[in-house]
Design a protein around this ligand. Sequence first.
Ligand code: E4P
Length: 219
Amino acid sequence: MKLFIDTANMQEIRDGARLGVISGVTTNPSLAAMEGIGNRENYRAAVQEISDILDGPISVEVVSLEAEGMVAEGREIAEWIPNPWVKIPSTVAGFEAIATLAKDGIKVNQTLCFSLNQALLGAQAGSFVVSPFVGRLDDIGQQGMDLVEDIVSVFRQQKIETQVLAASVRTSLHCSQAARAGAHIATVPYKVLLQMVQHPLTDSGVSRFLSDWGKAGNS
Ligand code: E4P
C-alpha cells in the first residue's frame, strides 16, 4: 500500500517527502482554504510548488457543481503539473464529468465516495482511483473501513482495475486496517504519519542501547 500525504501545507509536504515514505499528495478545497489559498490562481501556484517538492501524483479537486464546469476545471488542472489526478465528487454531474475526463485520458480521483454503488458507478465511468472516506463514515456511526474492504473485495472479484485510495484517515490504526483490507493507497495527514512511526519499545530500545554503549566506556 502506497502512502500519500493529505495536506496543502508546504512544510508538512516537505517534511513528509524527506522521510522517503510519501509517493503522492491529496488536497481538497478545505485543506487549501486552511492554508489561506483562496482563489484559483493561488491554488494553481500551490499545486505547482507541491509538484516541485514531490515527484508523484497530486490530487486537485474541482469546485464546480455542474458536469460542464467540472470538465472545464479538470482539463485546466490537467495542464498545471506533470502528474495531476483530478478530484471529482461522486454525484450525478460528477459521473458525467468522470466519463468525459477519462475519455480525454485524464486521471480522475473519484472523491467523497461513501458507498460500494458509488464506487461501482465511478469504475464504469472511468475513475482511475476511488476514494472511500473512512473517518467521515466513522463520524456518523458506521465502520468506514468496511467500505474499503468491500470495494477492494468486489473490485478484485470483478477484475475492476480502478485503484482504491483510503481517504479521510484519522488514526494510525486506520492505516494498518487499510493495508490489511488491500487498499492500494492511503492518504494520511502529517500527524497520522508521525503516529505511524511511534512505538514505545523503539524509544526505550534506543535509550537502552545508548546507555549500554556508554557503560562500556564508549562515547
Ligand atoms: C482526501 O482526498 C480527502 O479529501 C481527505 O482525506 C478528507 O479527509 P477529512 O474527512 O478528514 O476531511
